[in-house]
Design a protein around this ligand. Structure first.
Ligand code: G3H
Ligand code: 13P
Ligand code: ZN
Length: 339
């Protein structure tokens, strides 16, 4: 079975009222762990790679690792998605190596840099223009596209704004109609990384419901959705780490987001935490260990368990065989028919 278009996975999730995690990867062990979790829970899945992940894996390694994942798991619908694509060029390169979906992060102008090294947010019209270019290119090849309205914290903290700009629901319909995106990332008060909040989080949940009403056919995406579980941070700190004040989005808040209309739930940080904590524990318990398999193996196992629990919590579990993945050619015909 080839890689599946993101659009189909998210359409099915919308029909079935469940969420699908989109898990970031940079290496073989992370890919294997996520595949294991999907097999254990019979889940469709989205694997995503950032620009940094593509650079780290020199593009080619990521491509072939994903081909191995597909070969090893012929019965699972798997979408391969570019996370936070900065421009058309990187989206094109990702599509060339087989990605079935790309995100164009048109909310930020990565081409412009202020003297303090920050990037300004783009106007709505400019965001529509760059996103539309990517949609035209991708859809003519059957590839799905995610756009973004508003800004998050974390990796987008290098934007010029000092505060997070929540998505304006009045812009959502215009953006989706003019760009034709399959999925829209909403800024609802989350941020990337392990330090999302100083106190209990308040997220703009009503904004999700409002956007769902305005664009009933577009998949909605929640970035910055790691929960930063206390036990994972405690394990890191117990074995020599130093992560005071780390805090994430509680699982019940993500579940509420899914009930209100989120389909795609982006998770990277929690995977990093569990790998780091496990490696630290092995090193602390066995200071003489120097075989990478002896610490990367347990890290891979712990990551698989964590992702499997998210697949159950987001409602993805059990949906792997609900449908037959479409080909990119079928999607190409679908988009062409949309006019
Ligand atoms: O949204 C960002 C992801 O966590 C990817 O992070 O750019 O460090 O790979 P990265
Ligand atoms: P976290 O940092 O909360 O895992 O968010 C990841 C993300 O949004 C990737 O696009
Ligand atoms: Zn993100």
């Amino acid at each position: 079975m080839p890689l599946c278009p993101l659009r189909q996975i998210l359409d099915e999730a919308r029909k079935g009222a469940y969420g699908v995690g989109a898990y970031n990867v940079n290496n073989m062990e992370q890919i294997q762990a996520i595949m294991q979790a999907a097999r254990d829970t019979a889940s469709p899945l989205i694997i995503q790679a950032s620009r940094g992940a593509l650079q780290y894996t020199n593009f080619t390694y990521l491509k072939h690792l994903m081909m191995a994942a597909v070969e090893d798991n012929p019965d699972l619908p798997i979408a391969l998605h570019l996370d936070h694509g900065p421009d058309l060029d990187l989206c094109k390169r990702a599509i060339e190596i087989g990605f079935t979906s790309v995100m164009i992060d048109g909310s930020i102008d990565y081409d412009t840099e202020t003297p303090d090294g920050k990037h300004p947010p783009r106007s709505l019209q400019d965001n529509i223009r760059v996103t539309r270019e990517v949609v035209d290119y991708a859809h003519s090849r059957g590839v799905s596209v995610e756009g973004e309205l508003g800004t998050l914290g974390g990796i987008e903290e290098d934007t010029k704004t000092d505060h997070v700009l929540l998505t304006d629901p009045d812009e959502v319909q215009q953006f989706c109609e003019h760009t034709g995106v399959d999925a829209l990332a909403l800024a609802i008060g989350t941020s990337h990384g392990a330090y999302k909040f100083k106190h209990e989080p308040t997220l703009a949940m009503e904004l999700i419901s409002e956007c769902r009403r305005r664009v009933p056919e577009t998949a909605l995406v929640m970035h910055g959705s790691s929960s930063v579980p206390k036990e994972l941070v405690d394990e890191i700190n117990k074995y020599g780490g130093n992560m005071p004040g780390a805090m994430g989005v509680p699982i019940p808040a993500i579940q509420e987001g899914i009930r209100r209309g989120i389909q795609k739930v982006n998770v990277d940080t929690d995977g990093r935490l569990v790998v780091t904590g496990t490696v630290r524990r092995v090193f602390a318990e066995k200071p003489g260990e120097f075989d990478p398999r002896k610490y990367l193996g347990p890290a891979r196992e712990a990551l698989a368990k964590l992702i499997a629990s998210k697949m159950r919590d987001f409602g993805t579990a059990g949906h792997a065989s609900d449908y037959q993945p479409k080909t990119l050619d079928e999607m190409k015909a679908f988009y062409a028919g949309q006019g």
